[in-house]
Design a protein around this ligand. Structure first.
Ligand SMILES: CC(C)(COP(=O)(O)OP(=O)(O)OC[C@H]1O[C@@H](n2cnc3c(N)ncnc32)[C@H](O)[C@@H]1OP(=O)(O)O)[C@@H](O)C(=O)NCCC(=O)NCCS
Length: 184
């Protein structure tokens, strides 16, 4: 039984999902200091270059080697425009969860939805996953739109299931399973 995702580079229409590198530390720092990113993700505060360096050099590669998931940069024209990951992977149950942020300089082009579609479809086909989930706060409308545009199906609300800096939040739950690939 596989217990690690392949270290693949995935090509999308106008973007690619690739491993993070040392050249991304400055952009990760700046995107993770953004107010909207910090509103919806419980990232370290303050988000320092040292935090970004640890994320790029240790946390992200460790996600893959530990089997927990896979972290990819969303790259457009060679520049980091966001980060998307697979996390909370259950290899026995073949389930995993997608998370993402898009950098402020790249928002408004639907990148999160497009990247989620590429990553989820790869996980469901190449990596033989049975179910991919996206969960986002009830108030985070752009993220919910991204999940739907990636062909995920809304399942319902998980009450008090998430934590952001301001406290606990309900999470909208979306999923994609292999039979959705033919229709979405
Ligand atoms: C969520 C996020 C990744 C989306 O980025 P993006 O892919 O650039 O999304 P866009 O700005 O293109 O917007 C996506 C959709 O939301 C809609 N939208 C954007 N802002 C909106 C708003 N304030 N109210 C309602 N709809 C909004 C867009 O019209 C678009 O809708 P469409 O798919 O019907 O065209 C980005 O906002 C982000 O990084 N947020 C902070 C981190 C975060 O929330 N991560 C997810 C945690 S679950």
């Amino acid at each position: 039984m596989d217990t690690q995702f392949a270290d693949d580079v995935l090509e999308g229409d106008g973007f690619r999902l690739s491993p993070l590198g040392p050249g991304d530390i400055e952009d990760v720092t700046s995107a993770c200091r953004d107010e909207v990113t910090q509103r919806w993700l419980p990232l370290p505060l303050p988000y320092t270059p040292e935090v970004a360096r640890a994320f790029v050099e240790e946390v992200a590669p460790g996600m893959r080697t530990s089997g927990a998931g896979l972290v990819r940069r969303i790259e457009v024209d060679g520049r980091l425009c966001g980060v998307i990951d697979l996390k909370k992977t259950d290899w026995r149950g073949r389930t995993t969860e997608i998370g993402y942020w898009v950098a402020p300089w790249a928002r408004g082009r639907g990148l999160a939805g497009k990247a989620s579609r590429v990553l989820a479809d790869w996980a469901l086909t190449d990596q033989d996953m049975a179910r991919v989930v996206i969960r986002c706060a009830t108030g985070n409308v752009p993220s919910q739109r991204a999940a739907l545009s990636a062909g995920f199906v809304h399942e319902g609300v998980a009450r008090s299931a998430g934590i952001v800096h301001s406290g606990r939040v309900d999470l909208e739950v979306f999923s994609k399973i292999p039979s959705d690939l033919d229709v979405a």
